[in-house]
Design a protein around this ligand. Structure first.
Ligand code: MN
Length: 398
């Protein structure tokens, strides 16, 4: 008869193997997450940030001009995280996100977006919040000059400042700077920081899903839905975590990428049909729009987003430049000189074809090798001429 003793005797080897296998598997899982959690940032920086947050009662979170998905994602993730962790403490912690100017409509669905303060529209309120802030957290920009007047106000403050960013060459203005240009998004850095500060519990609780969704949105938008800067395997481990936490990735994709207005769609068609110039020898494309043309398509802030990427969908086009005429802001008057308009310029490229040097040397800009920006004070035609005069020096022919 098969008694339990008998079974154990017959199968004990298999049983031991099975237990061993389960333990080994669990351990490797354990070590995988542990490395990801603890090794990324220097521990002194993490504990300095932990202390700043522990002592703070009024936090202001700032992000860059013309906020994109990563700016909003990194700032809102920090916001929801702080509100949640503030709830569990004895003291009351308040947090506010302040952005220099309006964010595009396709990000308005983001949890917490309705409480974001737009400096251009509510300067007094933002100034008051900054005045009482005892901690400022900056995400997704590298220089206070990039955020206009709100940057000037911020620099007047003596309270601790934290910078979390992935742009090259950060200005040394914060008490703790987490600058990782190799990171595909600032939102990914915020994820890593939250894990370093609070472990998995930083993404749980009432606000957990809001934190995770904000981070996912930033990671998705700054990589073009994971089509560039997205070769780090660890990024997918983070994404897996976020999906496990309940992020509805398909809904986020739809909310962000299938949200054009009819005007925006027509503007895109106009750009491709009427305004795109191709320079086949250098594998380059240029699209440029005057303010009159933008007006014709009832241009809204954010409508230009992504137009620069379109020509890269053409076989053999590896460089793309998009220019559009814009107003000169009051704080830019001095730099503008006699010019009546400002041209905003974006560059994109693929592979080993940097565009940031061209942007820096001719358009007062810079950025990443494959994604850069700049500006030009003058007419669109003058900016186009500057491009035509110099692109062969910067764009490869092979
Ligand atoms: Mn970014």
């Amino acid at each position: 008869m098969y008694s339990i003793q008998n079974i154990v005797q017959r199968y004990y080897k298999i049983l031991i193997y099975a237990i061993f296998f389960v333990l080994l598997h669990r351990n490797s899982e354990y070590y995988r997450t542990k490395t990801m959690q603890n090794d990324y940032f220097p521990s002194e920086k993490v504990s300095a940030i932990r202390d700043f947050i522990a002592r703070a009662t009024h936090v202001v979170i700032l992000t860059h001009m013309s906020p994109d998905g990563d700016a909003m994602g990194s700032a809102l993730a920090m916001y929801h995280y702080l509100v949640e962790s503030g709830r569990t403490k004895d003291k009351r912690l308040t947090a506010h996100v302040v952005v220099p100017n309006a964010f595009p409509n396709f990000l308005a669905w983001m949890p917490g977006a309705d409480s974001v303060i737009i400096y251009d529209e509510q300067a007094d309120r933002a100034d008051a919040l900054l005045a009482e802030a005892d901690l400022v957290i900056c995400t997704d920009f590298n220089d206070p000059k990039r955020i206009g007047r709100v940057g000037e106000r911020m620099m007047e403050k003596t309270c601790p400042k934290i910078l979390i960013d992935h742009h090259l060459h950060p200005v040394d203005f914060a008490d703790v700077t987490l600058s990782y240009p190799a990171s595909p998004s600032a939102s990914e850095l915020v994820y890593r920081l939250i894990i370093s500060l609070s472990g998995e519990s930083g993404l749980s609780g009432e606000n957990g899903l809001a934190v995770a969704t904000a981070i996912y949105t930033g990671m998705m938008t700054d990589t073009g839905n994971f089509s560039f800067n997205s070769c780090h395997p660890e990024m997918y481990e983070i994404l897996a975590d976020l999906v496990r936490l309940g992020v509805n990735k398909d809904a986020v994709y739809n909310a962000v990428f299938n949200a054009y207005s009819a005007d925006r769609m027509r503007l895109m068609g106009y750009c491709l049909y009427r305004k795109m110039r191709i320079f086949p020898e250098h594998h380059a494309a240029l699209i440029y729009l005057s303010r009159k043309e933008l007006y014709r398509f009832r241009f809204q802030s954010g409508d230009a987003e992504g137009i620069v990427n379109l020509p890269l969908q053409i076989n053999d086009v590896y460089y793309s430049c998009f220019m559009r005429e814009d107003k000169i802001e009051p704080h830019e008057r001095e730099r503008a000189g006699k010019a009546k308009s400002k041209i905003k310029i974006s560059f994109r490229s693929q592979g080993d074809r940097p565009v940031n040097i061209f942007a820096a040397e001719h358009f007062h800009g810079g950025g990443h090798a494959n994604a850069a920006g700049g500006e030009f004070f003058g007419t669109v035609n003058e900016a186009v001429q500057e491009f035509l005069d110099h692109y062969p020096e910067y764009f490869r022919q092979d």
